[in-house]
Design a protein around this ligand. Structure first.
Ligand code: OXD
Ligand code: MN
Length: 599
């Protein structure tokens, strides 16, 4: 090891020693030889380390301190204006066999991808510090958790990873014990969109990301590890890595049901995870507990139920639209110790975004004087990064090493028409079809057009690290003797009326729908059977105090047979894209429902 270090002109501050860490040290040195940093810093996750990083970033303008009276220890980061979202067209899954990545992923042969990335990484850290970040996804002592190491040249990434993961000494100790970890190499490069790639090598548990500092592209523990690589690992090891929030609903008797819900990016996962019950429910003793707002790792426990952990330690939430009305818990969470990215600021230097309140900001996310005619003050995908521990509804069970038992799985998207407020799948196989059929209008979380309807199975279109056909088979495989699987539901908070306005009030009122689901789980709530599943009638859900027009009632709880026939025809075309690899059971389920719709 010493010889290797002597070959390169590095000021190695400290290095991880110990025989189990030999492979890690070796990799770090290989990366240093390729990228040629001036310094290597092993991150321990300590407060002192964070303070030093912040001082350095304040000095060079990477972080701008916000109003310390209203938002203590909080900062604004302005990204490069061309680097504001995930880049799905530049994100690749590099498997030996192209078919293993599937039609749902961009693919590149591993050798070609490595050659491309080596050329980009060569010498890219000259003049920079290379940070080595050991991290754990999930509670540090949980058997469901997995570790990784991210190497990056971005102090902003280090600061965000410290919030979003369990980072530092404890993670390194676990890596030393386990001897296995996901390797993530990241450089902001030149932040040039033409020299930007996010590569995944799931067979080697490796990630390489170049040219972006944006969360989903650069905080490698999140989408790259906890979804794309983890979904591949989960398939091999018999568990599920999903794009789902996890919440607990506690009833007035003190009983809590945990629900996992998959919605595409920027479709309200954070709002639902932090829901505040309507007043009547609050007074009666209902509570909602937040376990996670974006990612859920689940696996069968000894009793046959699925147990879930949130692999993340923080929230990387969408700021625009977050308000006292939509999400008071999120607002309380981000009052201090928060990094804001690409928001506007008010004249007294408070963070501001569209939908927050009716103050007028003074500077926009690019740092220009705010001009209403020049576009929004905050970028539509502006974000906050904050520790989950600051959330008032943070569940005491969120740190439980065994995870929480899941009673219901919910799928949902933005669907202006056809799809009713809620329905329940007949059984697990039908539930998998409901997930596979998910559609939603695109949002600003990824670059590209917004508002275009696309199929987004289980909200995993951008995140499944392998062929969707195999992913559906994996989901189906959980239905085996002894399994006590959750019930599966589909919701649509975004149904619009003829006037183009939303028909359902959403936010806290969504608890009424969750209550109905729990009633179904407990065998207490009523519903009517339809070919697409069990739908509540308006009288099956507690709607007291909710003002719904006649149109809203009939549409939200209605079943449009002709519309669903057309939907199933279009779904057939989508499923056909997966050819022979598509599991027969899913094809049959589709055929059965399509036939029922025709009778
Ligand atoms: C996210 C996303 O950042 O889904 O969570 O894009
Ligand atoms: Mn997400």
């Amino acid at each position: 090891m010493a010889a290797i270090r002597n070959e390169i002109p590095l000021d190695v501050e400290n290095t991880a020693m110990g025989s189990q860490l030999e492979a890690l040290n070796q990799w770090v040195m290989d990366v240093a030889r390729l990228t040629q940093p001036d310094r290597i810093q092993w991150c321990d996750g300590s407060d002192t380390e964070f303070e030093e990083l912040v001082q350095q970033m304040e000095a060079d303008g990477t972080l701008l301190p916000l109003n310390s009276e209203t938002h203590p220890r909080s900062w604004l980061h302005r990204s490069h204006p061309d680097d504001v979202a995930r880049v799905e067209h530049l994100t690749f899954v590099c498997t030996t066999d192209r078919e293993d990545a599937g039609p749902n992923n961009h693919w590149m042969a591993p050798a070609d991808a490595r050659a491309k990335m080596d050329a980009l990484f060569e010498g890219c850290m000259r003049g920079r510090t290379m940070y080595v970040i050991p991290y754990c996804m999930g509670p540090i002592d949980s058997p469901l958790s997995r570790c990784g190491v991210e190497i990056t040249d971005s102090p902003y990434v280090v600061a965000n990873m410290r919030i979003m993961t369990r980072m530092g000494a404890a993670a390194l100790a676990r890596i030393e014990r386990e001897g296995s970890f996901v390797r993530g190499l990241h450089s902001i490069g030149e932040l040039d969109p033409d020299r930007r790639f996010i590569m995944h090598f799931p067979e080697e548990l490796t990630i390489q990301s170049y040219g972006s500092g944006y969360g989903g592209n650069a905080l490698l523990g999140k989408k790259c590890h906890a979804l794309r690589i983890a979904s591949h690992q989960a398939r091999n090891e018999g568990w599920l890595a999903e794009h789902m929030l996890i919440l607990g609903v506690e009833n007035p008797k003190g009983e809590t049901h945990y629900i996992a819900a998959a919605f595409p990016s920027a479709c309200g996962k954070t709002n639902l995870a932090m829901l505040i019950p309507p007043e009547g429910y609050r007074n009666a003793g209902w509570k909602v507990w937040t376990v996670g707002d974006d990612i859920c790792w689940m696996r069968p426990g000894p009793d046959g139920r699925l147990y879930a952990i949130n692999p993340e330690a923080g929230f990387f939430g969408v700021a625009p639209g977050t308000s006292e009305k939509s999400n008071p818990n999120a607002l309380a969470t981000i009052q201090h110790d928060t990094i804001f990215t690409n928001v506007g600021v008010t004249a007294d230097n408070q963070p501001w975004w569209e939908g927050l309140d009716n103050r007028v900001p003074s500077i926009d996310w690019r740092g220009n004087a705010y001009d209403f005619n020049a576009g929004p003050a905050a970028h539509p995908n502006a974000r906050f990064t904050v520790s989950a521990r600051q959330c008032p509804s943070w569940s005491p069970k969120a740190e439980d090493a065994q995870g929480v038992p899941i009673s219901a799985i919910v799928f949902g998207g933005r669907r202006a028409s056809l799809v009713p407020l809620v329905f329940e799948a007949r059984d697990w196989t039908h539930g998998v079809l409901v997930g596979a059929a998910m559609g939603s209008e695109t949002t600003a979380a990824a670059t590209g057009a917004v508002g275009v309807m696309r199929r987004d199975p289980m909200a995993m279109k951008p995140f499944c690290g392998y062929n969707f056909a195999d992913y559906f088979s994996h989901w189906l495989s959980f239905d085996k003797p002894g399994a006590k699987l959750p019930k599966v539901f589909h919701v649509n908070w975004f149904r619009k009326g003829d006037d183009g306005k939303f028909l359902w009030p959403g936010f806290g009122e969504n608890l009424r729908v969750l209550e109905w689901m729990i009633g179904r789980v407990e065998g207490k709530a009523a519903a009517q059977e339809t070919p697409i599943g069990a739908l509540p009638r308006a009288e099956d859900i507690h709607l007291d105090g909710v003002a719904l027009s006649d149109e809203a009632r009939s549409v939200l709880f209605g079943f449009d047979r002709a519309g669903w026939q057309a939907e199933f025809d279009s779904l057939a075309g989508f499923l056909d894209e997966f050819g022979e690899r598509l599991p027969g059971a899913l094809k049959e389920e589709h055929g059965r429902i399509a036939a029922e719709l025709r009778t």
